[in-house]
Design a binder for this molecule. Structure first.
Ligand code: ADP
Length: 505
């Protein structure tokens, strides 16, 4: 099918709706926003060429209303629907409905979403291809004997996972054989009540895992490429908060191997569009397929920064039936990019959401800084949705320069009225484990305590502290050297302060 898209309904909200609309506008494509009452005054609603109200704030009465969204597309004579991430983006039934109505779903086929939406059918599909899987049971375990057979191959600890699980839910670590039966029964009933499907399976528990994922693009003519990796190991509550590309630890060989495996995963389900293949990476640099996300990923900007590609533009071309205009060999990594998800939540209080009004909101700017946000000063962060305020993304020539740029941008970012993950980000980017690249998904558990935030200073505060330190030192010596060589001494004291800072945090 080859069809030019002239108008798109963006079935999402906030930063991602705005981000998709910006690319559409660059391409000369008109946009239609759909919105709930909570978002009536949001920037994405104003940015769109047309906007249609869906209903009240709860997503079940607005952003999840499949028929209403399809109706909007028909009424506004749009040809296509972009689902963004979350909401209906991985809903096979919705993809099917959209296509049945003669509209284009900017994403994969319903069949591919179905296969990859279930962890067991995904494993089944990729097992016929050259893709390493975490050792474990081949399918759903139906009884204790089957579980024991699988554990014979993995040993303890094992992870019991729900086939239909997602968002870090439905997983149980079992350390000892004597606990297994009880934990399995609990996992089955939990999966049944949470997902309506009690199928569970067991996997070897990887002790010190890194989360590394590969971005892929596939057209409807059988061409599949990968756009390298994103490292997403800094997580809280099994959810990503900091991502970077490339990973600090991947060799060119491993990158090529993981890229090839990801392309195979895409082929295993006849994938079309932009997708992400997630791998778990162990201490010995073995990697195993975890799952595939069949949509645009929150952290896609870091890939855009290092490849120079616009993933939304590519998704639209693919949806129009165009073949990819480049091959794997054309893709190169340029520099280093890091993203911090700025959430309205309290790192001091177990990262619980802290919603309210953005009393002060000033974005950072300058070289190599990209802020994808959907808020303005004075707006409220609604309680109904994910409390992400923005994605702060930096791009620089090297990883070290990107980290320095990130700290500078965090210092420039002014948000008051709600607590955010900005100061947590500053803590991570100054931490020796992150700076050295030697960390895993347990970063927060291993290194972070709320008290850490109290001893972290902004650059400005550091200078003031250093000046104070110098004047105290000097007045105690009661000498006149301060006025003569003041500046260099302040600099020395500042770097001394910075060196010693580790001892404080
Ligand atoms: P979900 O679909 O709920 O996000 P995933 O399978 O993607 O579940 O796993 C979420 C996170 O749980 C991973 O990023 C990783 O940190 C951890 N995890 C998953 N499988 C394993 C495993 N076998 N061993 C250790 N940690 C794991």
């Amino acid at each position: 099918m080859n069809m030019e898209i002239k108008k798109i309904v963006v079935a999402n909200r906030g930063e991602i709706a705005l981000r998709i609309m910006r690319t559409a506008r660059e391409m000369g494509i008109a946009t239609v926003a759909v919105y709930s009452d909570a978002d009536a005054h949001s920037p994405f609603v104003r940015f769109a060429d047309e906007a249609v109200r869906l209903g009240p704030a709860p997503s079940s009465q607005s952003y999840l209303l499949m028929d209403s969204i399809i109706e909007v597309a028909k009424q506004t004579a749009a040809q296509a629907i972009h689902p963004g991430y979350g909401f209906l983006s991985e809903n096979a039934h919705f993809a099917e409905k959209v296509e049945k109505e003669g509209l284009i779903f900017i994403g994969p086929t319903a069949a591919a979403i179905r296969i990859m939406g279930d962890k067991l059918s995904a494993k089944e599909a990729v097992s016929h291809f050259d893709v390493p899987l975490v050792p474990g049971s081949a399918g759903a375990i139906k009884n204790l004997a089957e579980a024991q057979e699988a554990i014979g191959r993995t040993g303890f600890p094992v992870l019991i996972k729900a086939a239909a699980g997602g968002g870090g839910k439905g997983m149980r670590i079992v350390e000892r054989a004597e606990d297994f039966e009880e934990q399995m029964n609990l996992a089955v009933s939990e999966a049944q009540s949470a997902f309506g499907d009690g199928s569970v399976f067991v996997e070897k528990y990887v002790g010190s895992p890194r989360h590394i994922e590969i971005q892929i693009l596939a057209d409807s003519h059988g061409n599949v490429v990968h756009l390298f990796e994103r490292e997403c190991s800094v997580q809280r509550r099994h959810q990503k908060v900091i991502e970077e590309a490339p990973s600090a630890i991947l060799s060119a060989e491993l990158r090529a191997e993981m890229g090839a495996a990801a392309v195979n995963v895409a082929r295993s389900c006849n994938y079309r569009g932009a997708g992400t293949v997630e791998f778990i990476f162990d201490e010995n640099h073995n990697f195993f397929f975890l799952e595939m996300n069949t949509r645009l990923q929150v952290e896609h900007p870091v890939t855009e920064c290092i490849t120079g590609m616009d993933l939304v533009r590519e998704m639209i071309y693919i949806a129009e039936g165009k073949p990819l205009s480049f091959s794997q060999e054309d893709l190169k990594i340029h520099g280093h990019s890091i993203e911090l998800r700025v959430y309205a939540e309290s790192p001091r209080n177990n990262f619980l959401p802290d919603i309210g009004t953005l009393r002060e909101y000033r974005r950072p700017d300058g070289p190599g800084v990209r802020v994808d946000d959907g808020f303005e000063e004075g707006m409220e962060v609604p309680i109904y949705y994910d409390p992400m305020i923005s994605k702060l993304v930096v791009h620089a020539q090297t990883r070290t320069a990107a980290i320095e740029r990130m700290i500078r941008a965090i210092d420039e970012y002014k948000i008051t009225g709600v607590e955010t993950t900005l100061d947590f980000g500053r803590f991570v980017f100054q931490h020796p484990a992150f700076v050295s690249g030697d960390f895993d998904t347990h970063f927060v558990k291993n290194y972070f305590q709320p008290e850490n935030l109290d001893s972290i200073l902004t650059q400005e505060e550091e200078e003031v502290a250093a000046l104070l330190a110098v004047s105290i030192l000097e007045s105690s010596k009661s000498s006149s050297r301060v006025s003569k060589g003041g500046q260099p001494q302040v600099k020395n004291a500042t770097s001394e302060w910075k060196r010693n800072r580790g001892a404080l945090s």
